[in-house]
Design a protein around this ligand. Structure first.
Ligand code: ARG
Length: 521
């Protein structure tokens, strides 16, 4: 045993060898540490086995982590309108954030804020009266509503009567006319039901389907409050604004009411935030949308602050970039279902070349899970703010940095477990895990908590994705050289357990990302 005394920044540190550090040596401009590798193997394997799905999450890194109630608002499509790639991004990113927060011990409320109010319902109502079909509404609701909406939109461009009918329909809706409201309510319910089915395929659920309609009325209360506080300014054009400029010269402002007295997207969002605070007293609220709405959310938060709601600081917008070129065989993406179907059918075709596919009980289900993993990994690899070009062939590659590779690795690790069931029946001896491939893998497993910690700080899934891709690469290298079959029982057992532990960490990580790991493929 010996010590090393080093000086840095006018401090002296004494480094002493102990059970963990077995050797400290000075190199050229470096200090080299040697870690006790048996202890490394013993500790990592113990921890992973003992902690199971909470491995990494119960690390001391999270001792000061705030575990209060969190609202994550995500997905939020617009009824009757197109569900575009941006909504898919919001759905999977929001789901990841909600999963992570839940795993870290927060009470999470998953909220979907539907675009369920506005002139589009006027058009839809007027259109449905003309060419709506009850039958189609039953069999293919989302498609039918979208068709009606597109058709009526086109007609309204040239037909004044349609325009007037739409305005009249919306006016009646805003005035609370019974039968108009009943139509709207029915469309909303049918749409939510449909969405919920498709979200289920994606493994996503919501605790609350809220929407702009809920805050239509309440935004008027909010406007009155603004007026009472003397914060509502009228412009020459007759719109109502809130001054957000530092000098009070209206150089920056947010428009909260139109000249005809109707509310705006912004007004409804402010009313919604206040209501959610009253209802849930959240510690944090996170909105997930494309970066195009960044200014919108800054205006929401600033207005709340000016009104004296200090909790505005607890609200956060997580913006993401644009996906270009997401198309299916049918053409542009209109429905979430189309993307999922396309991923499934393409994956099924790719899998049909492999002989193991024939042994699958439900190949379509496996293809769906693998296809979704591929979509998620492609989306989560880089910083959320980056734009990217979508390419099915690249997304579904079986090798390289893809979700297919992760699923494949997981399935292979499961197959090792199936082959040996309870393992080769010997005592676990950490001294049997001293090959370099095993050590590198163990060191990587040890770092899982750091990666989760980073993700919890900036809410970027890329840390976890890159970690899992590296884990998969390392385990496939290890698998090539560290044979279980044909090794002495003690060695075989240690390797078997190492693969089992890796499988468990890989599965935990994939689940956090919103992926359902497959056991065979
Ligand atoms: N429905 C909106 C859209 O499709 C997204 C809603 C985002 N959330 C919010 N609170 N404004 O663009």
């Amino acid at each position: 045993r010996w010590s090393l005394c080093i000086q840095s920044m006018r401090c002296f540190h004494i480094l002493t060898c102990d059970d963990v550090l077995t050797e400290i040596a000075v190199g050229q401009g470096t200090i080299n540490f040697k870690v006790n590798r048996t202890l490394l193997a013993e500790n990592v394997m113990n921890e992973v086995t003992k902690k199971g799905s909470s491995y990494g999450l119960s690390s001391e890194l999270f001792n000061d982590y705030p575990r209060g109630r969190i609202i994550v608002e995500f997905s939020s499509p617009n009824i009757a309108k197109r569900f575009h790639a941006g909504h898919l991004r919001s759905t999977i990113i929001g789901n990841f954030i909600a999963n992570l927060k839940h795993a870290l011990g927060n009470e999470v409320i998953r909220m979907n804020y539907l675009g369920d109010w506005g002139m589009q319902f006027g058009l839809l109502g007027a259109g449905f009266q003309q060419f709506g079909s009850e039958e189609k509404l039953k069999s293919k609701p989302l498609e039918h509503l979208f068709d009606v909406y597109v058709q009526v939109n086109k007609m309204a461009e040239s037909d004044e009567n349609i325009k007037l009918a739409a305005q009249e329909f919306f006016r009646k809706l805003e005035a609370g006319d019974k039968s108009t409201l009943a139509f709207w309510e029915r469309i909303r319910c049918i749409s939510i039901e449909e969405y919920a089915n498709i979200y289920q395929r994606l493994g996503v659920h919501f605790d609350e389907f809220s929407g702009e309609s809920v805050y239509q009325k309440r935004s008027h209360d909010f406007l009155r409050l603004l007026e009472k506080k003397g914060l509502l300014k009228k412009t020459k054009q007759g719109t109502g604004v809130v001054d957000l400029s530092p000098n009070g010269d209206l150089s920056i402002y947010a428009t909260v009411v139109r000249s005809d007295g109707t509310s705006l997207y912004l007004t409804r969002d402010i009313a919604a935030a206040v209501d959610r605070m009253e209802k849930y007293n959240f510690e944090k609220m996170i909105y997930v949308t494309d970066k195009g709405q960044h200014t919108h959310f800054q205006q929401v938060f600033q207005t709340l602050k000016i009104m004296g709601y200090d909790w505005a600081e607890r609200c956060q917008h997580i913006p993401f970039g644009v996906v270009q070129g997401m198309k299916t065989r049918k053409g542009d993406v209109i429905f979430l279902e189309d993307i999922l179907n396309e991923a499934r059918s393409r994956m099924l075709k790719n899998m049909s070349a492999s002989k193991t596919t024939k042994e699958l009980e439900d190949p379509a289900d496996t293809a769906e899970k693998v296809g979704i993993a591929a979509l998620i990994i492609q989306d989560f690899k880089g910083p959320l703010l980056s734009d990217y070009d979508f390419d099915w062939d690249r997304v579904l590659q079986s090798q390289g940095d893809t979700g297919v590779f992760l699923q494949y690795t997981h399935a292979r690790l499961c197959s090792i477990q199936r082959t040996y069931e309870n393992g080769p029946q010997a005592q676990f001896n950490p001294a049997s895990l001293q090959d370099p491939q095993a050590i590198t893998l163990l060191q990587h497993l040890l770092r899982f908590d750091e990666v989760l910690y980073k993700a919890s700080k900036d809410l970027q899934p890329k840390h976890l994705v890159n970690y899992l891709l590296m884990l998969s690469r390392l385990v496939s290298i290890a698998h090539r050289t560290l044979h279980v079959k044909g090794s002495l029982p003690e060695v075989a057992q240690a390797r078997f357990l190492l693969f089992k532990a890796t499988c468990s960490v890989l599965a935990n990580g994939m689940k956090l990302l919103g992926i359902t790991p497959v056991e065979k493929m």
